[in-house]
Design a protein around this ligand. Structure first.
Ligand code: SAH
Length: 344
């Protein structure tokens, strides 16, 4: 259950050890409360003045014994006590798949990891606009720096590792799923090599969700019983093109705008029909989402004005979308869902 209470200007006493309570303190401060601290149930810590009668006690579950009598006294006086999770053990990294850009397609685990973060390193394919509503962590854009220089992969890994070694809970928020063309494996390896604890939270990949945003199911009974996800970052070899053309299932291409010409011509040469349906879905779940539908023979000219980020879909499933057109736009629904669940 989530409750929204206006805390602006209200005295809130946050109890719990400094390490466990640091994120709860930031959350209550961000909500406008006047935060007082009690780090130990036995007092004696230099926590500064305490309020006469706080509006709310936020009790962080820090594992110290002895809080209960104090909290019971508060309850007996009619002061509400909210229990707060402790900040996770400091100094680890969580790779979080952020989905294709809609806050509603973040997982519950992703939302929790963001809430518990001290620092978030994100790039532009992740739903970064929602971050201020989901976390009080420091937000670092590693996709582009102010001077438009991309931070190199090595530098990203070093930033993450150094921040975790300094005691922060680090979230690396990535677009889609961390292990689908996301360099997640490399980032895990960098953490392991540095002795930093790391875990991975899977995300909703754009390979499936962006076609869905355009109403295209990647599989469909009696139409396609397999799908292959391909990177278009580098042109495919003719062997790869022949294999793909021979499979007969759906082909989904990420990062494929730059090599679209080469791919369409190559699949034709490898024997695929010129009238095989093909779609380009640009900016899935974002303002300006656009779907261009053509076929293998005509796509190069039909999609001449298309730009990244986009997902290409080649296969008969594209026709299913045309049949289901009325149902295609789900992004507004997802945003409403996210707003009601997260208050984002
Ligand atoms: N790990 C990511 C993919 C990273 S590669 C995932 O699982 O989704 C980056 C490519 O993902 C882009 O070039 C584009 O092809 C695709 N992509 C990601 N988000 C997208 C979006 N919202 N709309 C269209 N394409 C998207």
């Amino acid at each position: 259950m989530q409750l929204r209470i206006d805390l602006s200007g209200r005295d809130v006493l946050v109890t719990g050890s400094p390490v466990a309570a640091r994120q709860a303190v930031r959350r209550y401060e961000a909500a406008g409360a006047v935060v007082f601290r009690l780090s130990s149930p036995h007092g004696g810590e230099h926590d500064g003045p305490l309020p006469e009668r706080p509006f709310l006690v936020a009790a962080v579950d820090d594992g110290q014994p002895g809080w209960e009598p104090l909290l019971d006294r508060c309850r007996a006086q009619g002061i509400p006590v909210a229990t707060e999770p402790a900040a996770g053990p400091a100094g680890h990294v969580t790779l979080v798949g952020g989905g294709p850009g809609a806050a509603g397609l973040l997982t519950v685990a992703a939302v929790e990891a963001l809430r518990d973060a001290d620092v978030v390193f994100y790039d532009r394919l992740a739903p970064y606009q929602a971050l201020p509503g989901l976390t009080t962590a420091e937000l670092v854009d590693v996709g582009k720096r102010p001077g438009h220089h991309k931070v190199s992969q090595t530098d990203i890994e070093k930033l993450m590792v150094d921040s975790a070694l300094a005691g922060n809970n680090v979230v690396r928020l990535k677009g889609g799923d961390p292990y689908v063309f996301g360099r997640g494996g490399e980032e895990v390896a960098a953490c392991v090599a540095a002795g930093v604890k790391v875990r991975v939270i899977s995300g909703v990949t754009s390979a499936i969700s962006v076609p869905a945003a355009a109403g295209i199911p990647v599989t469909h009974r009696e139409v396609s019983h397999m799908f292959t996800v391909v990177s278009g970052h580098a042109p495919l070899t003719s062997t790869e093109l022949h294999h793909l053309a021979g499979l007969g299932g759906t082909i989904v291409v990420l990062m494929g705008i730059g090599t679209l010409h080469h791919l369409a011509a190559g699949l034709r040469k490898a024997g695929m029909r010129a009238d095989m349906p093909m779609a380009v879905v640009e900016r899935g779940y974002r303002p300006g989402q656009r779907t261009t539908i053509a076929n293998l023979g005509t796509i190069a000219s039909a999609a001449a004005a298309c730009s990244n980020p986009a997902v290409l879909v080649i296969g008969e499933v594209v026709r299913v979308a045309e049949a289901n057109r009325d149902h295609a736009d789900t992004s507004a629904d997802l945003d409403r869902l996210a707003a009601s669940l997260l208050g984002a």
